[in-house]
Structures are given as structure tokens and as C-alpha cells.
Design a protein. Structure first.
Lengths: 349, 523
């Protein structure tokens, strides 16, 4: 007669429900937190949650989404990628420079994405082949990419290409909404978004499908859960790690493109510290920093949370930028502690 | 072959005219400082269960890891189906049809049960994983092991025993030609072992070659067709199970003659019954911790061995963690040497003379990348503070003394601990705590997963230490051992101390009866 709890059929549904909730509880916390922050914003500032302002939370941070998506892959596998901000800048600089030299826009787009992917592949290869700490390897890559930016150009280059301009100025009307302005007049406006947002959201959907419904995606979780076990299970650990950094590199390249759409320029000093924003977004989104557990949608929520914090600053000109950072730091700390608490609860069970 | 075979022994399946599926010949593997395998040959026939026997450190796990591509071999050759092969990774060996369940559960607990069974060969539809099919397939696979668990549940929500069964389910389901099971039964209960053996017999009937490793002799004789014995990295012999009497097997494994072995066991028995009572050292009154262990009373005298018995998860470890300062008690009162103490950390406990050797010697005890010497002096150095470094010659002297006293093998103080066998690692850990000259020594499963020889040595050591006036708390899942060593036996059930028995002619059955009361009570 067995004494293990697992074999009591009567208890299964409850433990199953608990298990599920345990998995989503962090993402749920992020949703609640975001709602609270938006409510606070709405009571403090007029039009903080107007339809356009809400859509702009995505629009203004569109280039942060691919960074967070790539970072989600890396962190899920148990790694970290500090190079993404620099690679993003490199992407924008390469785009601007090549366009300046007369390359066609599609060729430039391919070149930028390829650069990011190749860089990521190299870093991933170094990490898996020589068993280097990802922190150090990607730190080196960060300096390398930032250095390349500055070698190519030491100042921002304006993009005049027609396609890039078009994407920059494009407004995709979503729906009409009633808006009340400061003087109390109500009028009907079109709520719009940008192609960048659609590209970023498309990437999120693809990432979700890859992470949850492909062999590669599940292997990423397995490697993050326990690398020695994954290896003994006969999974291609090395290849998975290389691919994870390649994906992060690709995403950083894509971010570079979105950034150059958004600013119509290539800037060698853009995105300094964005890798940390991406990490913060992933952590706030509930992904375990030690790897193996988390959701890419959580990371998008993380980006929105950061966006809301930045929006406070935009709506309130008197707010010291220091406070936005303090708020982000506090949130990251909160979520890290939350992860520990949930993890230790799980152990106790 | 052996007409007077044990009734439980299955008929020998390996026919002389069948070619072996695996043939390992002259395999040598060296680690820095030791020769783990020295020209070992091993063959495995289709449709047989072949047990690999030997003490810890004999090279069983190394041989298995050579076969499954975890280690690369320094010398010799491996052939599979008559073709020479050289596996460079576990994935490589798996593709060639060798499925393995390693000693430590090697699954990913952050994924679902179903995914752990199918990871690497997921059913797909339109290129994406077909989770519905995976779930139904997993249910089917688990049913063959009579395991009724939700395939979608996270593996981490299940006990180690269930995780072990899931690992076995994964290995069996890949329909390999060779199935390697390294200590698959160490965390299973009797019923689960029976289910496993049913599965092993079934795959054997399908012509699969099964390589089986276990420390439980009964199990080995119940399931094996043939037995290969290793000792100190060398091949001792290969025998049909039915033609190898138990005593011959044991003497082949430990390389001592049997008289010496029996004398050793007798020795422990005798010494354990003589007892030096030096008065109460620890008195616990209604001590407990919410959600961890119900309040209990406990008294340990100097020179006494207190055994704790109970099933896995019954609260044995939780109880001693309170006494060792690893967890804090939130109820009751602990008196140590007459004074009320509230231990807040293992360090405080150590200062008072309480040493705790955890059951997880790898994660909560030894530092694998340090030498035997460094591991032994670690706690003493910590107690002295890190500024006053223990002089090197003194370190050497200490290391030599304990290597000799505890018979640590190989007797090399520079050897990295991770290259030692389980039994020798345990001795290093013991040496570390003994060096501090504690008043109370808490040993949580010190003999788990180690061989008969080392087990007997550790038992003897415990008996001797008690004789010298040390108080010892001894936890073991093996009741024979508890009964043999202990003066007092505490029995735990469902995180509650339910009985305290004085050991005069205590029988294993008496303890079993108390523990078994649980099985009838629970739904």
C-alpha cells in the first residue's frame, strides 16, 4: 500500500488547480499591479487612461518589447544577455549608415537582422563551447557592439529613406473614441497605432508559440530547469543555448530597426542601459531569474508596467526622473522576493 | 544451469548461441588520481536482466556512464550489435537505443509529468507539439507502472518516488534495446518495486537487455538472470544468478573472507548493547514547528545512540533540523547541558557542540571541488575564524589521521571529494564533524546508498563513539540498522513522534507495526 499523496485520486483535482495557479500567480500579480498603477495614474492625471494614451503605452515602448522577448528566451534557459542594448544601437547605426550609402530598405532590414543574429550566435557559441559565464560573455559582447557603433559613427545619423520615413509617420487607425480635453470639450478622434507595435506584437505571438508548442521551446525550459538533467535526458543542450542567444541577438537587431523607425535615425549611444530595462521587464513579468519558469506574455506586461512608470513622468513635468528609477527598482525587488516566497512555499508542500 | 535455483529466480534467458547486444571489453577510465575502471569487460545479452554488483567505488556507475556516453573511455572498446561504437554524449547513446535511468533522478521538475516522459520525442501535429496526444500517451505509459497521476501536473509536485517512476516510464517507453537502471528502487516502496519488476519482466520478454544496479540483494536475486561483480574498478567475475550463492556474492563484492565480515557485524552488535550513560545531554519538551513537525518530547543521554525510524517524509529530518539549529522551533523548550537554548543557526549549534551531517551530503555537506583535506578541516577552520589559518603541516596531520581512522579510500588527502564514492564521501563528512569533538552528533541517513563494507564501518564507528561518551542521533530507513545500533528508538509517523522504545531485544517488527499503523489510517 502506497503512502504517497500523489496516488490518492481524490486529492488530484485540488493539487492540479493549485499547481496551475502557482504557475500563473506571478503573471496575475503583474496584471493586478499594472491595473493599480493605471488607476492611480487616472486619478492623478487627466487622460492618463484615455484610449490613445493606453495604446501609446505600447507605441512608445515598442522597441523594448523585442528586447524583452529575446531576454525571456535567455533567462528561461538560465542565462542572461547584457549585450542587447548595445546590439540594438548597432542595428540602428548599421541601418542608418547603409541607407546613407544607398542600400535599398529591404536589404538593410535583412542586413541588420542578420548582424544581430550572427552576433548572438557567436556569443552563444562561446558560452556553450567554452562554458563561459553568460554574464561575462555578454558583457564582452556589449562592449564589442557599443564599440562597433562608435567606430562606424560618433554621432547620430538621420534616416531619409522613403520606406523608413513612411513607417515612421504611419498611423494605423484602430477605432474612434470620445476624448475630453483640458478645457472640458469633448470630441471624437481616431485612436491609432504604429506598424512597429504590430511587428512587436507579432513577434510576441511567434515567441509564445515557439516556447510552448515546439520541441526547441520546451527544451529551453528544460535547460533552465536543470542543465545536467536535460543533458542526461539526451537533449541538445549546447545547440539550445546557442539558439537562445541567436534569438536574443535577432530580437535586439529587430529592436534596432524599430528604434530607427521611431526616431528616424541611427544613434551610436542609443539604448544604454536598455538591457537592464529588458531584464527588469522580464522579472516584473514573473519569469524566474534562475530559469525554467515564466511566460513571454508576462514580459510584455513587464514592458507595459515600465511604460506606465515612464508615463507618470510624461504626465507630470515636475516629477524627478529619479523617482521613476526608484519605482522600477522597488518593483524588481518586490518580484524577486515574491519569487522566493512562492518557491519556498512550493518546497514546503 | 543451476537446477536448485532459488524459487524466485527467473529462468536464465541468455542462450550461449545468441550474440551479446552490448560488449564492452578492456574498458579503462581514469580520473585525476584514481583509476576508476581498469580493463573491465562486460557483456549484455538480449532478453536478460543482468545485475552489476559491487561496493560503492567499485566502478558500477562509471561503467554505466561509459556505456551511456557520459564519460569517454581511455582504453578498451564498446560494441553494440557487433559494431564498434563510441558515444560522445548521452543523446548519442540514446539514439543508438540505450535508455538510462540514473541513480539521481535526472528529470526536469519544472515541466509536466507528460513532458518529462516525452521530451525529445514529442508527438507533433503540423510541426507543433500535440499536447492532447502527449497526455493520453503519458496516461497509457504511466498505467503500465500503475501510476495514477495527472500527466499535466508539474513533476515538482510529486514525491521523489513518483519522480523516479516517471524516469523509469520515460526510459521504458522509448522502446530501447538496452535499458540501464542504476539504483532505480532506492526510493520506492515494496509495491512500487513490484510494479517496476513487472515492467522489467515484460520488456525482458520483448528481448530488451536490462542492466540493473541495486544495493538490495533480495531484489537483485529476484530479478536477475546473471550477475557481474566489480571490485575496486576491476572485474571479479560474471555468474548466472542461480549459481551464485548470496554469501559468495558478498565476499566477491567486498573481497574479504566471510568470517571477517561476520566478525565485523558481531562486533557492532556486541558494542551497541554495552552502554555508557553519562546523564541527559539534550532534553526537548514539547518542541515543534508549525507546519513542519508536531510538538515532541525527547531526551538524549551522553553515550547514547538514539535511533529515529519512520518512512520518508515522516518528519525524521525535520525533527533533527530543529535540534541542529537548521530550522528554528516555534514551540516548546530545548535544554542542552541543562541550559535552555534557542538555536538560530547551525553555527550556534556547532558552538555548543552539536554537529549535523545532513542526508544530502552532496548539496548540504561536502564541497566536491575541494580536496579531502580541505573538506575535513573546513568546519574546524570555520570555528577558529578565517584569519587564523590552520598551519599546513597540522592540516596534513589531521587529514592523515582521519583518513586512517575512517579508512577513506583512496587514502590521498589531495583527492577531490567529488571523485570519491558515496561511502567514502560520507566518511569525509563524518571526519569533519568528529574533528570538532562535538557532544551531540546527528547523522541523517549516513549509510544511504553506500555499500555493505562501508556501512559496517560506519556502524562500528557510531558504536565506538557512543562508547566514548558521545550522544548520537542516528536516522536510517533501514530498520535492522536502527535496531542494531540504538539504545533508544524514536518512531515518527505523519510528522509526529508517536513512540519511544527502549532497545532491549527490540525487533524490527515492533517498529514496523507502529509505522504501519499509518497505512491503515490514511485514506
Amino acid at each position: 500500500m502506497s503512502t504517497t499523496a500523489d496516488t490518492h485520486p481524490g486529492r488530484r483535482p485540488l493539487s492540479r488547480v493549485l499547481g496551475r495557479l502557482g504557475g500563473y500567480s506571478q503573471v496575475a500579480t503583474t496584471v493586478v499591479l499594472l491595473a493599480i498603477m493605471l488607476t492611480v495614474g487616472a486619478t492623478l492625471y487627466q487622460n492618463f487612461t484615455s484610449p490613445q494614451a493606453l495604446v501609446d503605452l505600447l507605441g512608445k515602448n515598442a522597441f523594448l518589447i523585442p528586447l524583452a522577448v529575446g531576454m525571456t528566451f535567455v533567462i528561461l534557459s538560465g542565462g542572461i544577455d547584457l549585450s542587447v542594448g548595445a546590439v540594438m544601437a548597432l542595428g540602428s547605426v548599421i541601418a542608418a549608415t547603409l541607407l546613407q550609402q544607398g542600400w535599398s530598405a529591404p536589404a538593410v532590414i535583412v542586413a541588420v537582422l542578420l548582424t544581430g543574429t550572427v552576433l548572438g550566435t557567436l556569443v552563444g557559441t562561446v558560452i556553450s563551447k567554452f562554458e563561459i559565464q553568460p554574464f561575462i560573455a555578454t558583457l564582452a559582447a556589449m562592449f564589442l557592439a557599443r564599440g562597433l557603433c562608435l567606430v562606424i559613427t560618433d554621432r547620430s545619423i538621420t534616416i531619409k529613406d522613403a520606406l523608413f520615413r513612411k513607417v515612421n509617420l504611419a498611423h494605423l487607425n484602430l477605432f474612434e473614441a470620445q476624448v475630453t480635453n483640458v478645457r472640458g470639450r469633448t470630441r471624437t478622434v481616431d485612436v491609432y497605432t504604429t506598424p512597429s507595435v504590430l511587428i512587436a506584437l507579432g513577434l510576441v505571438l511567434v515567441a509564445f508559440a515557439v516556447l510552448h508548442y515546439t520541441h526547441f521551446g520546451r527544451t529551453v525550459y528544460a535547460v533552465g530547469g536543470s542543465e545536467p538533467s536535460a543533458s542526461l535526458m539526451g537533449l541538445a543542450v549546447d545547440r539550445t543555448k546557442v539558439m537562445v542567444y541567436a534569438i536574443s541577438g535577432f530580437c535586439a537587431g529587430l529592436s534596432g530597426l524599430l528604434f530607427s523607425f521611431y526616431t528616424a535615425s541611427g544613434d551610436p549611444v542609443a539604448g544604454i542601459g536598455y538591457e537592464l530595462n529588458a531584464i527588469a521587464a522580464v522579472v516584473i513579468g514573473g519569469t524566474l531569474l534562475s530559469g525554467g519558469a515564466g511566460y513571454v506574455f508576462g514580459s510584455v506586461l513587464g514592458v507595459l508596467t515600465l511604460g506606465t512608470i515612464y508615463a507618470y513622468k510624461e504626465f507630470d513635468g515636475n516629477l524627478n526622473t529619479g523617482w521613476t528609477r526608484i519605482l522600477i527598482g522597488g518593483l524588481v525587488l518586490f518580484f524577486i522576493v515574491l519569487q522566493r516566497v512562492i518557491a519556498s512555499r512550493r518546497w514546503a508542500r | 544451469m543451476g537446477p536448485e535455483a532459488l524459487s524466485t529466480a527467473p529462468p536464465p534467458a541468455a542462450q550461449p548461441d545468441v550474440d551479446p547486444i552490448v560488449e564492452m571489453s578492456g574498458i579503462s577510465i581514469s580520473f585525476p588520481g584514481i583509476k576508476a575502471l581498469d580493463e573491465v569487460s562486460f557483456r549484455l545479452f538480449p532478453g536478460e536482466v543482468h545485475s552489476l554488483m559491487g561496493e560503492n567505488g567499485a566502478g558500477k556507475s562509471t561503467l554505466i556512464k561509459a556505456l551511456t556516453g557520459v564519460y569517454s573511455i581511455d582504453g578498451g572498446s564498446i560494441s553494440l550489435d557487433g559494431h564498434a561504437v563510441e558515444f560522445t554524449s548521452p543523446a548519442h547513446a540514446q539514439r543508438a537505443g540505450i535508455a538510462t535511468v540514473y541513480q539521481e533522478v535526472n528529470l526536469v521538475t519544472n515541466l509536466s509529468v507528460a513532458e518529462n516522459i516525452f521530451l525529445g520525442r514529442e508527438p507533433r501535429r503540423l510541426g507543433l507539439i500535440d499536447f492532447r496526444k502527449m497526455r493520453t500517451d503519458a496516461k497509457r505509459v504511466l498505467r503500465t507502472l500503475n501510476l495514477d497521476i495527472d500527466p499535466s501536473s508539474l513533476l515538482s509536485t510529486h514525491s521523489i518516488a513518483v519522480q523516479q517512476l516517471v524516469a523509469i516510464a520515460r526510459a521504458v517507453d522509448v522502446r530501447a534495446r538496452v535499458l540501464v537502471l542504476d539504483e532505480p528502487t532506492s526510493s520506492l516502496d515494496q509495491r512500487e518495486v513490484e510494479e517496476l519488476f513487472g515492467v522489467i519482466r515484460r520488456v525482458r520478454g520483448q528481448g530488451v537487455a536490462v542492466l540493473f544496479v541495486s544495493h538490495f540483494l533480495d531484489q537483485v536475486y529476484e530479478i536477475s538472470d546473471r550477475i557481474t561483480v566489480l571490485r575496486n574498478g576491476r572485474l571479479v567475475g560474471e555468474h548466472p544468478a542461480a549459481e551464485l550463492p548470496r554469501l559468495d556474492l558478498i565476499s566477491a563484492m567486498i573481497g574479504k573472507d566471510l568470517a571477517a565480515l561476520e566478525a565485523l557485524e558481531e562486533g557492532t552488535k556486541r558494542e551497541a548493547t554495552e552502554r555508557v550513560d553519562g546523564g541527559a545531554l539534550v532534553t526537548a519538551t514539547q518542541v515543534g514547528r508549525k507546519g513542519t513537525i508536531e510538538p515532541f518530547d525527547l531526551e538524549i543521554h551522553r553515550g547514547e545512540v538514539l535511533g529515529l525510524a519512520g518512512l520518508l517524509g515522516s518528519g525524521r529530518t525535520e525533527l533533527v533540523r530543529l535540534l541542529a539549529g537548521a530550522d528554528r522551533h516555534d514551540q516548546g523548550e530545548v535544554r542542552f547541558d541543562g541550559n535552555v537554548v534557542k538555536l538560530r543557526s547551525p553555527r550556534e549549534a556547532l558552538d555548543r557542540g552539536i554537529a549535523f551531517a545532513s542526508e544530502n551530503r552532496k548539496t548540504e555537506g561536502l564541497i566536491g571541488d575541494l580536496s579531502v583535506r580541505a573538506n575535513i578541516v573546513l568546519a574546524l577552520q570555520a570555528a577558529r575564524g578565517w584569519v587564523r589559518q590552520i598551519p599546513r603541516n597540522q592540516q596534513d596531520e589531521i587529514a592523515d589521521r582521519y583518513i586512517k581512522a575512517l579508512d577513506i579510500r583512496p587514502p590521498n588527502p589531495n583527492q577531490l571529494v567529488r571523485n570519491l564514492s558515496g561511502g567514502n564521501q560520507q566518511k569525509v563528512l563524518l571526519g569533519r564533524w568528529l574533528l570538532l569533538e562535538p557532544k551531540l552528533l546527528i547523522l541523517d541517513e549516513p549509510t544511504r546508498g553506500i555499500d555493505i563494507g562501508a556501512k559496517a564501518q560506519i556502524q562500528k564507528l557510531v558504536a565506538t563513539l557512543a562508547e566514548e561518551g558521545l550522544a548520537v542521533i542516528f536516522i536510517s530507513a533501514e530498520l535492522e540498522e536502527v535496531v542494531r545500533l540504538s539504545h533508544q528508538v524514536g518512531v515518527l509517523r505523519d510528522r509526529r513522534k508517536v513512540a519511544q522504545l527502549t532497545n532491549d531485544n527490540l525487533a524490527v517488527e515492533d517498529i514496523l507495526e507502529i509505522i504501519a499503523a499509518e497505512a491503515e489510517k490514511s485514506p
